[in-house]
Design a protein around this ligand. Structure first.
Ligand SMILES: Nc1ncnc2c1ncn2[C@@H]1O[C@H](COP(=O)(O)OP(=O)(O)OP(=O)(O)O)[C@@H](O)[C@H]1O
Ligand SMILES: [Mg+2]
Length: 301
């Protein structure tokens, strides 16, 4: 069996090489990271937005940074097929070969080509039903270290290395909490979706995530209040956040919807129906597409 320690060293080396040799080009697409407390709806919302962007003609790359890897199922990849997805962290030989990250090896053509989404997906990713491209970071070999550093660094390097055209978007689902939401990840993104539900602990995490995102220089930080059942829920979240509300570029709410649970893990049936949940999600998607324009007011239940 491969030594996980050596793999992690290789990951770190590959990431370093990639970073050193990435030449940022004219990047005009959207880079959106999704964060929040455990169970607030990050994966569900990432998958739905990814399908919406794809439906609107965007070349869409959904990235699963969560080692639990739920995003493939949420996007509609059947279980037997998801086993065949090779995570980025298991692709080290390939990455090294393609990027020349092997010690002493020269840099190949790849890095001079300003790779786009399709290029990277062809090398590392998978296609989901509905035309969304998927990149999976992978599980972490060492249990209970609490540190995903080399894995994250590698993922960040690969993401930054993609040049986005105007009609391209990257949406990244992250693990629960803010522990992994550090500088490494923030560097690659210009919008953050901070998801919360109307519970005290989720709002605490959302406030923390928002100030981190701001600190790390993410330009647009959006608040998404999910599983809303009444105006009171929205009021409660705003009150709990207090002055931290100022950190957000805009707020959105998504109603509690039984249908979301009934369909899970695959979100696609939710998309095909009309519901206040989907309507509000469409408003959110439109704002993400054009973040410079003030978000629509969807604050009435
Ligand atoms: N608006 C909603 N109404 C009802 N149920 C919802 C809503 N949004 C999400 N859910 C349900 O909440 C559960 C948790 O959602 P999800 O897995 O997307 O959360 P998560 O933040 O990704 O969790 P984790 O932190 O464990 O990765 C799922 O069963 C999902 O179907
Ligand atoms: Mg999740």
């Amino acid at each position: 069996m491969a030594d996980p320690r050596i793999d992690r060293e290789r990951m770190a080396a590959s990431a370093r090489k990639l970073r050193e040799n990435t030449r940022p080009g004219e990047d005009r697409g959207c880079r959106i990271v999704i964060t929040g407390k455990g169970g607030v709806g990050k994966t569900t919302i990432t998958a739905l937005l990814a399908h919406m962007f794809a439906r609107n003609g965007f070349t869409t790359l959904a990235v699963d940074e969560d080692p639990q890897m739920n995003l493939p199922y949420a996007l509609g990849i059947p279980r037997n097929e998801s086993d065949r997805i090779i995570p980025l962290t298991k692709n080290l030989d390939y990455i090294e070969e393609k990027t020349g990250a092997r010690p002493g090896a020269g840099w190949g053509l790849m890095l001079t080509l300003n790779p786009d989404v399709s290029d990277v997906v062809e090398r590392f990713g998978a296609k989901t039903p509905g035309g969304v491209n998927l990149l999976v970071m992978g599980t972490v070999e060492q249990a209970a270290t609490g540190c995903l550093c080399p894995e994250n660094t590698l993922l960040e390097a690969v993401i930054r290395y993609i040049n986005l055209r105007e009609d391209e978007v990257i949406l990244m689902d992250t693990p629960a909490g803010v522990e992994h939401f550090g500088r490494t990840i923030a560097r690659g993104f210009d919008q953050a979706l901070v998801i919360t539900d109307p519970t005290f602990s989720a709002v605490q995490v959302a406030g923390h995530a928002a100030s981190l995102a701001k600190e790390l220089g993410i330009r647009w930080v959006w608040l998404v209040i999910n599983r809303v059942r009444s105006e009171n829920d929205i009021r409660k979240v705003r009150e709990l956040l207090g002055t931290a509300m100022d950190l957000f570029s805009g707020e959105f709410f998504l109603p509690y919807d039984e249908n979301v649970i009934a369909c899970e893990p695959d979100v696609r049936p939710v998309l095909s129906g009309a519901s206040p949940f989907i309507e509000n999600l469409m408003t959110l998607q439109a704002s993400l597409e054009d973040p410079g324009i003030a978000p629509g007011d969807n604050s009435s239940v």
